[in-house]
Design a protein around this ligand. Sequence first.
Ligand code: PMP
Length: 393
Amino acid sequence: MDPMPDPAPALPAPRDDLAGLEPYGAPQLDVPHLLNVNENPFPPSAALAADLGRAVSATAAQLHRYPDREFLALRRDLAAFLAEESGIEAPAPEQVWAANGSNEIMQQLFQAYGGPGRTALSFTPHYSMYPEYARDTFTGWVTAERGPAPDFALAPDAVTAAIAEHRPAIVLLTSPNNPTGTALSLDVVRAAATAQAAHRGLVVVDEAYGEFRRDGVPSALTLLPEHANLAVSRTMSKAFALAGARLGYLVADPAIVDTVRIVRLPYHLSAATQAVARTALAHRAELLGQVELLRSERDALAAHLAARGHEVAPSDANFILFRAFDDRHAVWERLLERGVLIREVGPAPWLRVSVGTPEDNAAFRDALDIADPALADPAPAGSRPASEKDSDR
Ligand code: PMP
């Protein structure tokens, strides 16, 4: 008799280190108040949407051709925006590079400067994608800790000590940091760039939320003329409310950009993406006006949370990390039941809420009163339920 056929078709074996892993991503749920992935809550105005439509239409007639592989016009527009935004001298277009989201920018930097036998260093709590850039490019991944709550600050000597210990090819700093909202002082970036220069290592400062920083907080862009081993990455996903278009970019020495150009896929930035990004940049006065509103909503929401008795991490971003009173998963679920989706991220029992429209923020405040009632008269620590004890911090 013939042997029984194998009921499962023989699937190819993936890389050993990928076995059993799930793709990264927060839940995409259809609820009224989406405050979980730090999106900008304002859709394009009718005038901007019409302009974006026209710009994409204009590319349609040429879609039989590959897009402009060097996209110097977009790089020039990005440079002009940065000069305005950060008070730096406009970088040369050869110092600017763009890709499909700052996720792809980071992946390209890891492809170019990481790799087998090399290590990348960052500081916890950090953006959850970072270890994936390392895994996907076969780069070793090490972390050191940020300072204690509620500031989660990073000190120059902590950074130089971690660099001395690991001698990483890449140091990944984030300012403002996700999920804590903490901006870095320039001393930290300077210390990292100087320590990295000793073994020809790279420093990347991820400024995905840079435009939301408070007045007087400088950008690492101002340090580019001093440090040839520094790359600063930005995105149009947040301040420009363009998460759906996928446009991230970096500024660095032209030699770094040239190295990234070696590993990029040809024609990675579609003609439609380039047209959309340039159109949004032309509308930046309107878009950055909304950043002002979000910054003031953030400060009001942080003050509200503090007044309720929460520990609140000072935020320079468009989100706030706060310490829940009750078990954070229970709070997260009770908020969701009321149509408010936030993020269970960072150290327990902290939760992260993105700053939404004034209506979103009001809905969050109302739902939180029920989901995580403030303790009017806190009981002594020993008599509190387990989820509220200090060991839970
Ligand atoms: N860096 C940080 C710190 C982020 O939080 C995010 C997105 N949430 C990104 C980078 C990636 O953003 P994008 O790919 O949309 O530019």
